[in-house]
Ligand binder design. Structure first.
Ligand SMILES: [Mn+2]
Length: 390
């Protein structure tokens, strides 16, 4: 008799136990040493002599300064290229058409990220040991003006992207999807990017309430030659909040939509295959735009337009795993987390999970740590990737 599960041998759990044994402890030891230097040795009654007087590094989880995952705060953004990954907040919610509050998204995500360790059991990844991560803080957005904010966002993302650091963006509402991709496109030369968009909403109309709001990013992004509409994949679309103007644009431009029912009926692996095939056909890299509202509203109440009937967290995380491990990913944004509507930080935690899983899948697939600057990055900026818009 054995307690081993019979669905596969060895089980994921037994593999995970072995993977942990192969991880180094070097980064942890460096953090302890630095903690004792900067934070002073602990009071005499403390028996664990790795503990400093002042909290420095991961422990205790409830203490410390709220960068993402307690990564070093990089005040001098000119040095961002020294890191494998850069976290950047985009606290912009002037593109919101109903419930605002995503300007607090970056801080909400950073706050609950303190709950996490840098280690994932099943994947056998310890980010502290395997990559260098920094948090560059937030882009200075202009709350009364979407277009000025977009210019700031594009300039900021272009700076991070062209440095070679992998950009991870904490939104912000989904209007930022256009300026983030524009920032990437400025440094693609004649290369192309496929966009994989997790969402309940198509976000493809030209304007909403007379401006380029959070219902509009992909109309404008796919106007750029570097980001063709035929490589835009839209996963989880459906329900009562999809504006008809946007549907017409999807039909005319031939974007690739799967509803939640499509994904259920074809199965997660076939859905992932479809997304990977469409986003990589003729492109050089993939941008992930993860709207937290693609998840069923019961799991993510803290968002601007919650819609029941979305993906289960496990389904979204599985799709993300396959897509990131099997494509060349050039960056990710996680948008529409609105802490004022959140409950027990659960929406911000879902965003944290997406981000940490992304980094781990990049490690597992050998995309991180960086082995030099990826060859899809064009050093010289082209400021004319998009047409002037009034
Ligand atoms: Mn949405």
């Amino acid at each position: 008799m054995t307690d081993e599960p019979t669905f596969r041998r060895p089980s994921e759990a037994s593999e995970a136990l072995q993977k942990e044994a192969r991880l180094p402890m070097t980064g942890w030891q460096q953090e302890v040493d630095q903690g004792l230097t900067y934070g002073l040795e602990a009071a005499e009654s403390i028996r664990d002599r790795t503990i400093p007087t002042f909290s420095r590094g991961e422990l205790p989880h409830y203490a410390g300064i709220n960068t993402f995952l307690k990564a070093p705060y990089l005040e001098d953004v000119r040095k961002v290229g020294n890191y494998d990954v850069a976290i950047v907040g985009v606290p912009h919610d002037s593109g919101t058409t109903y419930r605002p509050g995503t300007r607090f998204g970056p801080q909400g995500i950073r706050k609950i990220s303190a709950l996490y360790t840098p280690y994932n059991f099943e994947l056998g990844v310890d980010l502290r040991e395997q990559i260098t991560l920094c948090d560059v803080g937030d882009v200075f957005t202009i709350p009364a003006n979407n277009e000025k904010s977009f210019d700031q966002i594009s300039k900021g993302i272009a700076h991070i992207f062209s440095s070679g650091a992998f950009p991870i963006i904490l939104g912000g509402d989904h209007s930022i999807g256009f300026p983030t991709v524009r920032g990437v496109c400025r440094h693609l030369g004649d290369k192309k990017v496929g966009i994989i968009h997790f969402d309940r909403h198509v976000d493809t109309q030209e304007t909403d309430l007379d401006e380029r709001m959070h219902t509009c990013p992909w109309f404008h992004a796919t106007n750029m030659a570097n980001a063709p509409a035929e490589n835009l994949v839209q996963l989880g679309i459906g329900g009562w909040q999809v504006p008809r103007q946007g549907v017409k644009v999807c039909r005319e431009r031939g974007t690739n939509i799967l509803t939640v029912t499509d994904i259920m009926e074809m199965g997660l692996d076939a859905a992932a295959d479809f997304a990977i095939e469409k986003a990589t056909d003729g492109t050089d890299c993939v941008w992930i735009s993860f709207d937290i509202d693609c998840i069923d509203a019961g799991f993510v109440p803290g968002t601007g337009w919650p819609e029941p009937g979305g993906l289960m967290p496990r389904e979204a995380l599985y799709l993300l795993k396959r897509i990131i491990q099997e494509t060349t990913v050039c960056g990710i944004e996680v948008v529409e987390v609105s802490p004022p509507y959140d409950v027990s930080d659960m929406t911000a935690l879902m965003a944290t999970r997406v981000i940490c899983d992304t980094m781990a899948h990049l490690v597992v697939s050998g995309q991180l740590p960086r082995q030099g600057k990826p060859d899809y990055i064009h050093d010289e900026a082209n400021m004319n990737v998009d047409q002037a818009w009034e």
